[in-house]
Design a binder for this molecule. Structure first.
Ligand code: 13P
Length: 337
């Protein structure tokens, strides 16, 4: 696969103020989401959950790519059209989450190490054949009293780099996601330090592995106060610190940076994205790759009832319009009405 094609896919993922929908919750996470609205998690209810979002009319005006979970890659909408085909018809690029989740190691209490490299080259071939043109691997970094350890950051960076090299070899754009968790009582300054160290280390490893940065997307946390920090930073502080961190850590040849929402509400993740854009991030395109901040509110409106689907999809459109406006620094509170 020529690298030009990988580059043009990467560029398309972050063009025209559009962003990514992270519809790639693993079965245990999807189960948590469905149970939160009183639905039992089965293959069929998980399909209905995906169907709600992927069949929303006009989604392609805001979303350039959807990250799918393996189960969804083989599923179809309620009229029998495979989800991958449905997305392709709308000009949306199908993506696939490829890591196998994160585990603890005895010597590193409180930290997680992402798995999934075994057999990944072969899986990539299968995902490509099914239509996936980009992928995601998530690493988890925890802030605590003496955390994170350098070892945790480095090991996860190495896995991200190995993954990214395998993705590109298979003709698939890698989205690299080292997520610094929002949980904890750390302040925004500590968040900036850890996020900067994590992302810098990750790019160092990518370079060592000859990963083509011009065909790579960074998915990162915003620089934000820990959820239990007594003094919560304002949106403006979050915007300033996040853009400073990006400028200190992300090489210029990376085409795009997208944020995860990480436990922010839909409105917070929209306000903070808007604040980031007020500080003129660049040279890369900056956008969103949200799961909860786009799907959480519509999920509550849906509540698993067919009669609520139109209202839930209207709520989903509202959230997508918000982040699309935020990408232009034009989100306002009135857009919530
Ligand atoms: P959230 O936006 O809910 O944090 O999910 C994004 C994601 O893909 C985490 O891996």
């Amino acid at each position: 696969m020529p690298s030009e094609t990988l580059q043009s896919i990467a560029q398309k993922l972050v063009a025209n103020y559009k962003g990514l929908l992270a519809a790639d919750e693993s079965v245990p996470t999807a189960t948590k989401r469905l149970e939160s609205i009183g639905l039992e998690s089965t293959e069929e209810t998980r399909r209905q959950y995906r169907n709600l979002f992927l069949t929303t009319e006009g989604i392609e005006n805001y979303i350039s790519g959807v990250i799918l979970f393996e189960e969804t890659l083989g599923q179809s909408d309620s009229h029998g059209t495979p989800f991958v085909e449905l997305l392709q018809q709308k000009g949306i690029i199908p993506g696939i989450k490829v890591d196998k989740g994160a585990v603890e190691k005895n010597d590193y209490p409180g930290e997680k190490f992402t798995e999934g490299l075994d057999g990944l080259a072969k899986r990539f071939q299968e995902y490509y054949a099914l239509g996936a043109r980009f992928s995601k691997w998530r690493a988890i970094i925890t802030i605590g009293d003496s955390l994170p350890t350098d070892h945790c950051i480095e090991e996860n960076a190495k896995s991200l780099a190995s993954y990214a090299a395998l993705a590109q070899a298979a003709g698939i754009v890698p989205v690299i996601e080292p997520e610094v968790l929002i949980t904890g009582d750390h302040d925004i300054k500590r968040s900036e330090e850890v996020t900067t160290q994590t992302v810098k280390t990750t790019f160092d490893e990518l370079k060592k592995n000859n990963v083509d940065l011009s065909a790579t997307i960074l998915k990162t946390s915003m620089v934000i106060s820990g959820d239990k920090c007594p003094t919560q930073a304002t949106s403006e502080e979050i915007g300033a610190a996040t853009v400073r961190f990006l400028k200190n850590s992300v090489p210029d040849d990376v085409p795009g940076v997208v944020f995860l929402s990480g436990g922010q509400t839909g409105v917070q993740a929209t306000e903070n994205l808007n604040a980031v854009h007020k500080f003129n991030p660049g040279p890369w395109q900056v956008s969103f790759s949200y799961a909860r901040a786009l799907q959480g509110d519509p999920l509550k409106v849906w509540a698993g009832q067919a009669a609520n689907i139109p209202a839930a999809q209207t709520e989903f459109i509202k959230r997508m319009k918000g982040v699309h406006a935020a990408n232009q620094g034009q989100y306002t509170a009135e857009m919530e009405n």
